[in-house]
Design a protein around this ligand. Structure first.
Ligand SMILES: C[S@@+](CC[C@H](N)C(=O)[O-])C[C@H]1O[C@@H](n2cnc3c(N)ncnc32)[C@H](O)[C@@H]1O
Length: 264
């Protein structure tokens, strides 16, 4: 990964509690597991590692991510037995895990029609695939990024043929229900963001993840102009409350698929 293009664990951790909540909501729906390891796929900075380790004591917890900076933070939590640098799109477990848990990571990968059944097929009999992904792509917070980037920097950004990487919950239900016991749901969280005096609170949130691919292709002066336009539009879409905070609705889709204990 090119220097300067890696994830920033510090920026991502700015809204640590708000980002952790959906992971815990996902984890709450994971039922009994068979023997085997627990894999945190796209573990990032290891934010969910301590919760996974606490819920499944005695199991080997393996963190997998592609970002050296995030993996270093994950290892430093001490929650993981192993932290491996792998591309989740290609990764295959050495032994079938009891649980593949993936929070806010698989939206960065395409072709879910192939990826999710493949991951489900790689867990142990009776094991579980548990996935949470943002489905925020058409909300102003994310739509503005594409619109302004394509308008201001058409040499680098073109979304004419772009499709959201995350599908509607019913699509995942149709795709995965034939494979096992399935639980799919969607939640709109209402995040209350405090101003920090640096930029619109929603920008301060998206800088940690969704805005990264845009900023990676901009010079410092381009970043300044892009952020100023984004801040102005965000202020209209997400106005400040009386106390200065901003209410930020954020949609996420959840999938918990428990595979049959005995293959069909
Ligand atoms: C938004 S963070 C989520 C981290 C963590 N799961 C959490 O809940 O805090 C997304 C993570 O997915 C990782 N990621 C994105 N694409 C990946 C890929 N193809 N293979 C492995 N990790 C990937 C990124 O490096 C990043 O650390």
């Amino acid at each position: 990964m090119a220097a300067g293009k890696d994830w920033s664990p510090e920026t991502y951790a700015r809204f640590w509690g708000l980002r952790l909540r959906p992971a815990l909501d996902l984890l709450a729906q994971v039922q009994d597991l068979p023997e085997g390891d627990v894999v945190d796929l796209g573990c990032g900075n290891g934010a969910v590692g301590p919760a996974l380790a606490a819920l499944f004591p005695g199991r080997k917890l393996i963190g997998i991510d592609q970002s050296p900076a995030m993996l270093a933070e994950a290892a430093a939590t001490g929650a993981y037995r192993r932290c491996l640098s792998e591309d989740a799109a290609m990764w295959e477990p050495a032994t079938p895990p009891a649980l593949i848990f993936s929070n806010a990571a698989l939206q960065w990968l395409g072709d879910h029609d192939t990826l999710l059944p493949r991951l489900a097929g790689s867990v142990a009999p009776g094991g579980t695939l548990a996935v949470q992904m943002p489905r925020q792509f058409n909300a102003p917070s994310h739509r503005f990024l594409r619109e302004f980037a394509a308008d201001m920097f058409p040499d680098r950004f073109d979304f004419v043929d772009w499709h959201p990487p995350v599908r509607a919950p019913v699509d995942y239900h149709r795709l995965l229900a034939p494979l096992g016991q399935l639980n799919v749901w969607e939640t709109d969280y209402i995040h209350r963001l405090e101003p920090d005096g640096v930029g619109h609170p929603v920008r301060r949130f998206t800088e940690g993840a969704a805005m990264r691919p845009f900023l990676n292709l901009l010079s410092p002066s381009e970043t300044e102009a892009f952020a100023a336009r984004y801040d102005e539009a965000l202020a209209a879409a997400y106005p400040a409350e009386d106390d200065g905070s901003v209410l930020f609705p954020f949609r996420r889709v959840f999938i918990v698929l428990q595979m049959p204990a005995h293959p069909f």
